[in-house]
Design a protein around this ligand. Structure first.
Ligand SMILES: C[S@@+](CC[C@H](N)C(=O)[O-])C[C@H]1O[C@@H](n2cnc3c(N)ncnc32)[C@H](O)[C@@H]1O
Length: 225
């Protein structure tokens, strides 16, 4: 594959990390592990609309948009994930090897942009936010999920692994850039766009997810003018 990377070290770390240990869950595994995700991502509500997932990984979520009738596209910067996503999608959605800070689509060409677990791996996250807003049509909506700093997960990892707890956040201990978000930081990155933010994910008791959840889900829309 031709190199499409922005030159940041965070992107290079991400590619090395997920090429070494690609993340693949079946649909059954993913939505029983994250029971809130189906509604939070709004998979069912974009029939006939153009939907883009930025950082689609091995394609489980982009498949759900496609199954529910969206014209679905996924981009990812890790070649191993692009291969897995194309195998999973079998042509139901377009999967493109691309960087979220240089999205290879025309301005105002999508109705909805979704991204789960990606923005916190960027060292220049505003560049991805600007690209998401560029490719959305006026009035189009975005839905971006990132890790929450004030969640139970860092505490548990610190108790288990001590000072090197950050290495244990992802699916292997190969280093990867991770920025944990507060509500304030998330709002600042999207400013002046207003966000509706919800917390999700507490494996042992999902009701607690709304208070100490590991994910912050930020929804908003591109101003009409
Ligand atoms: C934790 S995985 C999440 C994958 C998928 N969204 C999910 O929820 O399973 C992070 C993904 O972000 C991708 N990624 C990291 N930086 C990226 C960038 N600058 N542009 C596009 N994708 C990126 C990685 O390649 C990886 O597939």
């Amino acid at each position: 594959m031709m190199n499409v990377l922005s030159s940041t070290s965070a992107t290079q770390l991400a590619v090395a990390h997920w090429n070494e240990s690609p993340l693949y869950l079946s649909e059954q595994e993913r939505y029983s592990r994250y029971p809130w995700l189906y509604e939070a991502a709004e998979f069912r509500y974009h029939q006939g609309r153009r939907v883009l997932e930025v950082g689609c990984g091995s394609g489980c979520d982009v498949l759900q948009f496609a199954k529910h009738g969206a014209k679905a596209y996924g981009i990812d910067v890790t070649p191993a994930h692009v291969v897995l996503a194309r195998q999973r999608l079998m042509g139901l959605a377009h999967i493109i090897y691309a960087d979220g800070t240089r999205i290879p689509f025309a301005s105002e060409s999508f109705d909805y942009v979704f991204s789960c677990g990606v923005l916190h791996h960027l060292d220049k996250p505003r560049e991805m936010v600007q690209e998401i807003l560029r490719v959305l049509r006026p009035g189009g909506r975005f839905n971006v999920l990132v890790y929450n700093r004030w969640s139970h997960v860092p505490l548990i990892l610190m108790l288990k692994h001590g000072l090197k707890w950050r290495l244990w956040i992802e699916n292997s201990t190969a280093p990867v850039h991770i920025e944990l978000y507060t509500l304030r930081k998330l709002r600042a990155i999207f400013a002046p766009i207003r966000l509706t933010i919800k917390k999700y994910e507490c494996y042992h008791n999902q009701k607690l997810g709304q208070f100490i959840g590991w994910f912050l889900g930020a929804k908003g829309s591109k101003p009409v003018s």
